[in-house]
Write a protein that binds this ligand. Structure first.
Ligand SMILES: Cc1ncc(COP(=O)(O)O)c(C=O)c1O
Length: 387
């Protein structure tokens, strides 16, 4: 018997962005992962060759975890199996109405050879919030975590060493074969894994960002606070505009007044002032980043004052010019922390920290990375040892 769609879940779910302490992972009754190792896995030699310079998101491990949902059985058919194509009917709901959500987290190899996950409970909770916003069946958080852990265990040979990591991509698609516009009655949840190298070779290089004045990312009541594929599809034109202007990334402004800084296409943003305080835009229409939440906690641990407050692009420009603003940086799972060196817009460009990486960004980055790789104590109990 599977686990059925719990209609009371909506009442118990946390607000988007709310971070609760690590829960104990209770088993889900009736749902046990069947492990079917690949019969023809990648050879050791081939795997070693692919791990030399894995880049980001182009090479994949041998397995995937899959769990299915339908209204009769609830969540069922949990398996870890050979990574393969999904047979998908051309009328599957996801292909038409984009009912799709995803997550991104990493497994890190410790010096003792073991493997750490960083705050997978927070990803599981955000995934559940995303499902609820997109009217999808919410996956029980313990199933999300177990799927991720089982995949890491079976594909442990794919863990890169050094500053590399195994990027994990849980996602869920609406698979009901029906062209009516309504929440799908069937879903496929899966996790795939991709070994990734260090995001920045030779230390984080400051990025340049383009302020999007033509496009917005999210509005109040929309889907900006959840991780659905549609948000990213809608951001691509603005990101392309950033590239056209010679910038690395796009930063979005709010959709109402078009002056408050929201976030980058795939990262949250922080500002550091001359009094040592930090500011980051408040939750609401932005994605509640797990890195953002972790940085707030680490900065507060070190005695810094952290405000979650609105900040305008005009204020940013003025504070950079007066010297009140010392640093700005973007943050997210993929790059951890990227210093922002230059801001460009249709109304002119300006530099932050003289275009260089600042000490606060670099210090927070080191603290976070050291916790993730298990090199220092983990005061917030963020690490989950998988191996
Ligand atoms: C739009 C957006 N904002 C922020 C983030 C950072 O979130 P996290 O720190 O959980 O990776 C991401 C990355 O997933 C993102 O896609």
């Amino acid at each position: 018997m599977g686990v059925s769609f719990d209609k009371s879940a909506r009442n118990r779910a946390s607000r988007p962005g709310e971070v609760r302490p690590t829960p104990e992972i209770a088993p889900v009754p009736g749902l046990k992962f069947e492990i079917q190792p690949a019969t023809n896995p990648t050879s050791e030699k081939e795997r070693a060759a692919r791990l030399v310079d894995p880049g980001f998101g182009r090479i994949f491990t041998d397995h995937m975890a899959v769990v299915r949902y339908n209204q009769a059985k609830g969540w069922h058919g949990a398996r870890v199996e050979s990574r393969a194509n999904f047979p998908l009917d051309p009328a599957a709901a996801v292909l038409h109405y984009a009912q799709e959500i995803f997550e991104g987290l990493k497994a890190y190899k410790r010096d003792d050879g073991g493997v750490n996950l960083f705050r997978p409970d927070a990803n599981a909770r955000r995934f559940r919030n995303s499902a609820e916003r997109m009217a999808m069946a919410p996956l029980p958080e313990p199933v999300f975590i177990e799927a991720v852990e089982q995949l890491v265990r079976i594909d442990r040979a794919w863990m890169p060493g050094g500053e590399g990591s195994l990027y994990l991509r849980p996602f869920m698609i609406a698979s009901e074969v029906f062209l009516g516009v309504k929440p799908s009655a069937e879903y496929i949840f899966a996790v795939i894994a991709s070994p990734v190298g260090s995001y920045f070779k030779g230390g984080p290089a400051p990025v340049s960002i383009w302020v999007s004045e033509n496009y917005t990312r999210a509005a109040i009541g929309g889907t900006g606070a959840v991780k659905c594929g549609g948000n990213y599809a809608a951001s691509l034109r603005a990101q392309a505009e950033a590239i056209d202007h010679g910038c690395d990334q796009v930063v979005f402004l709010d959709a109402v007044e078009r002056r408050y800084i929201e976030e980058l296409g795939g990262m949250n943003v922080f500002f550091v002032f001359d009094d040592g305080s930090l500011l980051t835009p408040p939750l609401g229409t932005i994605l509640p980043g797990i890195t953002r939440d972790s940085i707030i906690a680490l900065a507060k641990d070190s005695g810094a004052h952290v405000r979650e407050e609105a900040y305008t692009i005009d204020q940013w420009r003025a504070d950079a010019a007066s010297g009140k603003l010392k640093e700005a940086f973007a943050c997210g799972t993929a790059a951890v922390i990227s210093p922002i060196g230059k801001v460009c817009s249709a109304s002119g460009d300006f530099l932050v920290s003289g275009g260089a990486a600042g000490p606060v960004a670099m210090g927070l980055r080191k603290k976070l990375v050291d916790i993730q790789y298990g090199r220092v104590a983990d005061p917030h109990n963020w690490i989950r040892k998988v191996l």
